[in-house]
Design a protein around this ligand. Sequence first.
Ligand code: 4AD
Ligand code: MG
Length: 472
Amino acid sequence: VADVKGGEDEGAALVGKELAVRGWVRTCRAQRTVTFVEVNDGSCLSNMQCVLTPDTEGYDQIDSVTTGASVLVEGVVASSQGGKQKVELKVSKITVIGKSDPTSFPIQKKRASREFLRTVAHLRPRTNTFGAVARVRNALAYATHKFFQDNGFVWVSSPIITASDCEGAGEQFYVTTLLSNSAEGGSLLKDIPATKDGRVDWSQDFFCKPAFLTVSGQLNGETYASALSDIYTFGPTFRAENSNTARHLAEFWMIEPELAFADLNDDMACATAYLQYVVKYILENCKEDMDFFNTWVEKGIIERLNDVVEKNFVHLSYTDAVELLLGSKKKFEFPVKWGLDLQSEHERYITEVAFSGRPVIIRDYPKEIKAFYMRQNDDGKTVAAMDLLVPRVGELIGGSQREERLDHLEARLDEQNLNKESYWWYLDLRRYGSVPHAGFGLGFERLVQFATGIDNIRDAIPFPRVPGSAEF
Ligand code: 4AD
Ligand code: MG
């Protein structure tokens, strides 16, 4: 259908041509002499309007042409009188491929709430909204690879199972094997015997050491940037944070470029160019879906995204951000004080109110509230970190220049009570040919949220993983 309707002339040049469409029935409207069937094949938002008459071959199956059924329609493209579309299909033959019981099909014509649609995650891609989100998500992924590939970055696959905790925040999921020798056929930690001092004896587990699902591919990415220069990762990451918010998932995809021979300014420039590129890409290549979001999901989103492409981002130091918040008249729920982390209410105030919807990059955070690997600034108090904030979503990107000096890095590990031995390979990168380098992580679902206007992150990924939900 996209091939027919996607052109400038919306299919007008194809009038008179034969066409076959396979897809799913959205609606079926019978009038006295003709029946209109709207068929969607997922290639685009538009349906193909199909016109059936009693002369259509297969018309005896018309009772099975109900919402949700899959069909093959064959016929000739004709100009449409309706006005809503340029062309329609005069159907010579219809074949019902898979019936759909109209009394039980959960997605009826009337608009279902997004909350309800989450309970039927297996069928929600059949709706306009979720079809459009899936296509735009796909385009953002394609544009991500295109941006980095065109700029000479090498895509690196970082591992999902790992022993290290990149962020040091203790938000990891444990990975353990189902031990086959246990009575119930195996189950989890209780099957792994304890050592004499009562701790878990990991040598009995398949991984022989505590193993976790990765929270970030960054540390592994750094090893490849220390050999191939610029690289990026793009894969699933996991956080065992028990937060029920519209911006957190337990499983989300992250894009993590790592730039060799680079500092924080290079990092910020890369983040800006990347974000502008992918936003421009969907504005140019997903017009129909973006118009749909602009009308039905977030009014004015296209204009806002155009601004992202065309206007400069705001740059602000953490210290200036704190000043700005202290100087505002707004009452915040959480305290604002130099040394405390910015909460999402603060971040949203900065981008939405103080800078009226422009993306804002805040840099140079106090070292106490940031991860061990960030490079210390000369003031001894701050690190070369940056967060990129956007309206509604808040933090879209977190990044930093990495500490490339061995002695400084070891001191930071000590300060944060982290075990230096387990980071031996990471420290090796500073022993053998260390270079200044920097990178960032962008939460892909937050980008989808930002680019589509979808307000809950659970609707930005096909199968959201949040506390208590892993059914589909
Ligand atoms: O700020 P974070 O924790 O940074 C890192 O993981 C660094 N290692 C990245 C790097 O420098 N390579 O996470 C990066 C981004 C956040 O800005 C946010 O967009 C997203 O990942 N994110 C989440 N998205 C969805 N659900 C969650 N629970 C998320 N936690 C972080
Ligand atoms: Mg962060």
